[in-house]
Ligand binder design. Structure first.
Ligand code: SAH
Ligand code: SF4
Ligand code: F3S
Length: 462
């Protein structure tokens, strides 16, 4: 009988893609995908620890899975991803969910099949009475954190969907923003070779994918750890990939405002396929707070960058990440963030209340902001951004946008859903004689008739 697996993914796109690799690894050694976690022989939680809320949700889920484990003692429960990699987290996991079998973190991802086999071996040994084979009360296998060295090429990937594909271009982060745990759980920056990235993207385009999303915590630094050469900078890589036949769109995330150089702006402006969507996490609108956060740019630098991009790239759209309630953030600092939202005119923003992460410098600062204040600021910020988003989207009514069709609209199954080049969700009626499947993976023109804060709706231009 074939064994089955289920993976639940938390966190960012790096994790979503890592889950595709883990699925590929498991399918290569004979596992098949289970429809529901409760039916699986192997459950992987691919975890995130960027904020406390993420961690709490995962620990809660692990608690729930104890029941599944009692119902099926052969079930293997794996904690992969960033929480597994965090110092001290293994201890918290064990306390909340003693029945986890394998804690493996991010750096040992490629070893998943081998580690699962080791769990099985130890379990058999335990069943045979050799109790010393497993540490008392802990997981059967726990991999030591490691630092995340090198780049592993050639891993199998089981991709979700057939229109857009995620492609990692670099791993890790060297920025050490003072609030952020990512550099500690993802290790130092390591770039893939441009020829390996190009080969993967060519393969994807040849098998029908139309869009690639290039992934890295800080894609502008791509290539800085490689010997200089063609394609060995982010701008160079974009120019290189722009020539891949069959591809319609190239996106990337995340780019840091600190080193979004003119070189990159020029590459985006010159490339037909690279989309005009700039996701530039500002984090705060206060130069003082930005300094405390170790972001290495000022409010004026940030607005200057947006201005430079707007003047060079027609139709540029901007999205961002913002944190409220960083330790010591005053009412005036917060007002600076509110005014940044209005001045920069972001299409949309991901907004977060600051969450202290053990091991980061900001967590040790004395003047932590009370939860109610953070919540109140968060609500005001969301309201301000929603106002701007709606205004910008309303201005699209009557215009025509180019949309890459990705599937059917969730709420209107006869309509198609896709994204504009600036990454807005667009829902459109396909019109007479055309079905969703005719249009899947094609770039179509949609005349916008209605706008909400989060999406545009309209009909296809024949
Ligand atoms: N590498 C990316 C983002 C990584 S994490 C970048 O630099 O933009 C995604 C977002 O989570 C960050 O942009 C930040 O806004 C938020 N974030 C990170 N650590 C956080 C913390 N401790 N509390 C609240 N939000 C945090
Ligand atoms: Fe975290 Fe900063 Fe690195 Fe982004 S750039 S992952 S916010 S340390
Ligand atoms: Fe979370 Fe790890 Fe991404 S901590 S945000 S899943 S890099």
């Amino acid at each position: 009988m074939r064994l089955s697996y289920h993976i639940t993914t938390y966190g960012c796109q790096m994790n979503v893609h890592d889950s595709e690799v883990m699925a590929g690894l498991l399918e290569d050694c004979g596992y098949s995908l289970a429809a529901e976690p409760e039916q699986a022989d192997l459950i992987v939680l691919n975890t995130c620890c960027v904020r406390e809320t993420a961690e709490e949700r995962i620990l809660g889920r692990l608690g729930e899975l104890q029941r599944a484990k009692r119902a099926n003692p052969d079930l293997i429960l794996v904690v992969a991803g960033c929480l597994g990699q965090e110092e001290g987290a293994a201890e918290r996991i064990r306390r909340r969910a003693a029945q986890v079998d394998l804690i493996m973190g991010t750096h040992n991802l490629y070893r998943l099949p081998e580690l699962v086999a080791e769990v099985r071996r130890k379990r058999r040994a335990k069943a045979a009475g050799r109790r010393q084979a497993a540490p008392a009360g802990g997981p059967l296998v726990e991999v030591l954190p490691g630092k995340g060295e090198g780049v592993h090429e050639g891993l199998p990937i089981r991709r979700e969907g057939g229109v857009k594909a995620w492609v990692t271009i670099m791993y890790g982060c060297d920025n050490f923003c003072s609030y952020c745990i990512v550099p500690y759980v993802r290790g130092r920056e390591r770039s893939r070779l441009p020829e390996d990235v190009r080969r993967e993207v060519e393969g994807l385009a040849a098998s029908g994918y139309r869009e690639v999303m290039l992934l890295g915590q800080n894609v502008n630094s791509y290539g800085s750890d490689l010997e200089p050469g063609p394609g060995r900078s982010f701008a160079g890589l974009l120019r290189e990939l722009d020539g891949v036949p069959g591809l319609l769109r190239i996106r990337y995330t995340t780019s840091h405002p600190r080193n979004f150089t003119d070189d990159i702006i020029e590459a985006v402006a010159d490339s037909a396929r690279v989309c005009e969507n700039f996701h530039l996490p500002a984090q705060s609108g206060s130069t003082r707070v930005l300094g405390l956060m170790n972001r290495r740019y000022t409010r004026d630098d940030y607005l200057g960058l947006i201005g430079r991009i707007r003047s060079r790239v027609a139709g540029a759209g901007f999205t961002t990440d913002l944190i409220v309630g960083y330790p010591g953030e005053t009412a005036a600092d917060f007002e600076d963030t509110l005014s940044l939202v209005r001045e920069a005119r972001f299409d949309s923003a991901f907004t977060f209340a600051y969450s202290p992460r053990v091991g980061t410098p900001a967590a040790k600062l004395p003047d932590q902001i009370p939860a109610e204040v953070k919540q109140e600021r968060l609500e005001r910020l969301i309201e301000a951004q929603n106002g701007v988003s709606l205004e910008i989207n309303r201005a699209e009514v009557g215009r025509t946008v180019e949309v890459l069709v990705e599937g059917t609209a969730e709420k209107a199954p006869s309509s198609v859903a896709g994204r504009s080049r600036t990454n807005k969700l667009v829902i459109a009626e396909p019109g007479e004689g055309r079905t969703v499947s005719d249009l899947l993976g094609r770039e179509v023109k949609v005349r916008v008739e209605r706008a909400t804060t989060w999406s545009l709706e309209g009909r296809l231009v024949p």
